[in-house]
Design a protein around this ligand. Sequence first.
Ligand code: FES
Length: 506
Amino acid sequence: MTDNNTELPQYPEPFWRSTLSFPSFPKVESDIQTDVLVVGGGITGITSAYLLAKQGVQVTLIEASEILNGTTGHTTAKITAQHGLIYDKLITEHGEEKAKLYYEANKEGMNIIKGLIDEHSIECNLSTQDAYVYANTDEYVNKIRKELRAYHKLEIPGDYTDNIPFSIPCKAAIIMKDQAQFHPLKYLMALTSPILESGGKIYEHTTAMKIEDGAKPTILTEDGHKITCNHVIVASHFPFNDEMGLYFARVHVKRSYVLGVKTKEEYPGGMFYSADTPSRSLRYTENDDGEKLILVGGEGHKTGQGISTIKHYEALQDFSSHYFDVEDIPYRWSAQDIMTPDDLPFVGPSTPNHPRVLIATGYAKWGMTNGTIAAKILTDRILQKDNQFTDLYDPARLDGIKNMVKDNTDVAKHMIQGKLSILHKKPEDIGIDEGAIVKVNGDKAGCYRDKEGQLFIVDSTCTHMGCEVAWNSGDRTWDCPCHGSRFSITGDVIEGPAVEPLKKIR
Ligand code: FES
């Protein structure tokens, strides 16, 4: 531990949401017919709804909670085609042509964002920044060199340096110039007005539970309403209709952490990502008074499988205090990312048998550009326009069998471990602001006692496929180690694939 004397905020809250007020949208209260239904109010959902509404398509967007409150509201919002050390890997896994196409896709995602900001004069703190990926260990210095060779092969502009403008140790780095950063929620909030002005509809607090795919897809909501459409875009981060493509067995979910840090020294500019482990990410943002805040990110791990999660925030706090003169840490938050087995997102029909049910997921940590290009690919498909990136991102490229075996082994391990672990704790043993799995009437239950002493007890069996959830002390949530579902202390779903809440226990 370092000698830092700054406290972490007691509760997680992303900087992006704290600085804006949001309009609220109604719930779906009756059956609806629409041309396209978009499920999910993050960057993919809102961009898709915008692109369709502008083309005169009747579009309806529904969100289970409030728009921009999921992964998009918890991002670090780097708009870049530099995604860590990816291009050498993509050449090995997919060949040069596809690796180059991935770069082009993300560059186009960036250009779409910049174009829309320009077209609508959106004030969202857009600024051009150079992106750096850097390393300090010999192993990763070699990887940086290989990555630079990949840039040269693919004709991606990149400069080599052995210096970054911090005291953070660095032996090698690649700079991708003229990338960008912004305030993602100011940008996306501004896109909701043109959606509504073009006749689109937005609903909140409307959870999609199931898709019945016949002549037309029909989406059933939690309240029993039916939404019938010609196409549905599932932009719910983890596809809520995962049974259609067995996505629960084809992807895995990672959690990472961010601190918003005020420092005495000036931030030199630039967006940084360390290739070594544990990874670290840096960029700055500013509040409405022009005060700068450094966003320090990293500490990724599989959801529900980390050490006590508050330790991840503490590791970032130590890092910040070690390399910066920290004045205050006003924000902390965490984000969930979905990883595919071959490092390319899944964007396209859920399965070839369901061509009208379109999904977009698996952006790893790079959702700003990937989420935007995903919206373009899906809306071009609906508008029957060609898109050069369709095949690259098509979920049908993988049959999932290889990954399914690996992932199911992991899932089976957690299912068995969770069910067999012996418990000694009872609800009365749980202290203030503590959460743990306890024994209630002979069964396992998740128990949390809040600051006022009130107990919240839920069935600890995940409603997705039955794994045991684990307590996340950093965010005060119940997280599932199998496919990453997350639940509040009262059992409500925060993130899928689960759609049903954990049962409350009296
Ligand atoms: Fe699949 Fe919990 S998320 S079992």
